[in-house]
Design a protein around this ligand. Structure first.
Ligand code: P6P
Length: 364
C-alpha cells in the first residue's frame, strides 16, 4: 500500500511539473488517438499490399516521390530569397549558377526516382523524350510520368504551384528498351497517381486505386502525415473555374454552359475561382466540388493541358473521389495517347456539374 501510494504521488507530481502543453502532447501522442498519426510511408505500405508481388517495391517507388517533393518544397519556399541573391551576377549564395526552379524540381525527381530499381522509365514535362533509367534490369516494371513544377510561372507572385505524377506498369508485350511504349497508355491503366500542392501548406494527394488520401507535410518533422483520409468530391459545388479571358475562342457550348452555371439552373448561383495553377484549382475542386475546365481556345485548339501528366492524374483522382473527368466528348481515362506531350481539353469536377455539361453539350 505504501509503495503504490508513493507511485501515485510521483505520477501526480510529474504532471504538475510538466507544462500543460507537454502533458497534452504526451497524452495525445501516447493515448488511444496515437493510432491516427499515420505517415504517408505507413499508408503506402498498407496500400501496396494490394499489388501482388509488390514486395515493398511500390512503397519504395512512392517514397522516391515524397522525398523529391520535400526537396522541391524546400526550394519553392525560399524562391523569392534565391531570386534576390541570384540577381547579383546570376550566382547564388552557394556559388552555383542559378537555375530555374523547374529544372531544379525536375532534377530532384529524376535523381530520387532513377535510384528505384522498380522504375524503368521516367517521362517529364521538362524532357522532350522519355528516359530509360534501368537499362534491361528485369526488376524494372514501372514508368513514372510527371510535371515537376506545374504552374511555375506563378512562383514569382507567390501563388500555389504543384507537382503531378502518374504511375504506369510496363505492358507485357512492350520491350524493355522501348520507353515511349511504356508510357503511351490510356489513363485507365494508371496503377497510381497524385499531386503535391505547394500552397499555404504542402499537401500530397494520391490514389493507388483504393480511394484518395491527403497528407500534410510537417516541415519541422520532415514527414507527410495523413490529414485527409478517404477524400470524396462533393456531388455538387458552388464554384466554376475557367480562364474567361479566352471565352470568345471557346466552342460556343462552353460559354453557354458557363452562362447556365451563373444563371442558377442547377439550383444555385455559382461563383468563379481561377488560380491559373491546375493543381491548386483542382485541389479546391476536389475539396469543395464544382467544375474546373480548360476548353479548346484560339491558341490551343486541342486544349492547353497535357494528357499524360496533367489531365490523367487529376482524372484518376477525380473518379476515385466520385467525380468525373472528360475532354468535352469522352472520358479522359479512355483517351489512347499517341505522343508524350499531347494536349487535351479538360472538364473535371463534381457529378452534378459534369452530368449537366454532358447532357447540355450533347443537345447544343
Ligand atoms: P492560362 C500552368 O501554366 C498551366 O499549365 C496549368 O497549371 C494552368 O491550369 C494553366 O496552365 C493556366 O493557363 O492560359 O489560364 O494561364
Amino acid at each position: 500500500v505504501l509503495l503504490s501510494s508513493l507511485v501515485l504521488i510521483a505520477i501526480r507530481a510529474r504532471k504538475r511539473i510538466l507544462p500543460r502543453s507537454q502533458t497534452i502532447i504526451n497524452s495525445s501522442i501516447m493515448a488511444e488517438n496515437s493510432s491516427t498519426i499515420i505517415t504517408a510511408q505507413q499508408h503506402i505500405m498498407r496500400e501496396q499490399k494490394r499489388f501482388p508481388g509488390a514486395s515493398g517495391e511500390f512503397s519504395f517507388l512512392l517514397s522516391g516521390i515524397t522525398l523529391a517533393t520535400k526537396m522541391i518544397q524546400a526550394q519553392v519556399r525560399k524562391a523569392g530569397l534565391t531570386d534576390v541573391l541570384g540577381e547579383h551576377g546570376e550566382i547564388n549564395v552557394q556559388g552555383e549558377i542559378q537555375q530555374k526552379l523547374d529544372v531544379i524540381s525536375n532534377e530532384a525527381l529524376v535523381h530520387c526516382l532513377s535510384s528505384r530499381e522498380s522504375i524503368g522509365v521516367l517521362a517529364s514535362e521538362e524532357n522532350e523524350e522519355p528516359m530509360l533509367v534501368h537499362k534491361g534490369s528485369d526488376e524494372a516494371k514501372y514508368a513514372v510520368v510527371f510535371d515537376p513544377l506545374d504552374g511555375s510561372s506563378n512562383i514569382d507572385v507567390n501563388v500555389s504551384v504543384g507537382t503531378t505524377f502518374s504511375i504506369l506498369r510496363k505492358p507485357d508485350d512492350v520491350a524493355m528498351d522501348n520507353p515511349e511504349q511504356w508510357v503511351l497508355q490510356p489513363g485507365s491503366k494508371q496503377v497510381a497517381a497524385g499531386y503535391v500542392v505547394y500552397g499555404s501548406s504542402t499537401i500530397l494527394v494520391y490514389s493507388a486505386g483504393n480511394g484518395v488520401h491527403g497528407f500534410t507535410l510537417d516541415p519541422a518533422v520532415g514527414a507527410y502525415f495523413l490529414s485527409h483520409p478517404n477524400m470524396t468530391m462533393p456531388d455538387q459545388g458552388k464554384y466554376y473555374s475557367v480562364n474567361e479571358a479566352y471565352r470568345d475562342g471557346f466552342p460556343a457550348r462552353y460559354g453557354d454552359y458557363i452562362d447556365r452555371l451563373r444563371s442558377g439552373v442547377l439550383g444555385r448561383k455559382y461563383a468563379s475561382r481561377y488560380i491559373g495553377s491546375m493543381v491548386a484549382d483542382f485541389h479546391r475542386t476536389l475539396l469543395k466540388g464544382g467544375v474546373f475546365l480548360y476548353p479548346p481556345t484560339e491558341d490551343n485548339k486541342e486544349g492547353k493541358l497535357r494528357l499524360l501528366y496533367e489531365a490523367n492524374p487529376v482524372a484518376f483522382l477525380a473518379e476515385q473521389a466520385g467525380g468525373t473527368a472528360i475532354d468535352g466528348e469522352k472520358r479522359i481515362l479512355d483517351i489512347e495517347p499517341t505522343s508524350i506531350h499531347q494536349r487535351t481539353p479538360l472538364i473535371v469536377g463534381s457529378r452534378v456539374e459534369l452530368a449537366d455539361f454532358e447532357s447540355f453539350a450533347q443537345t447544343n
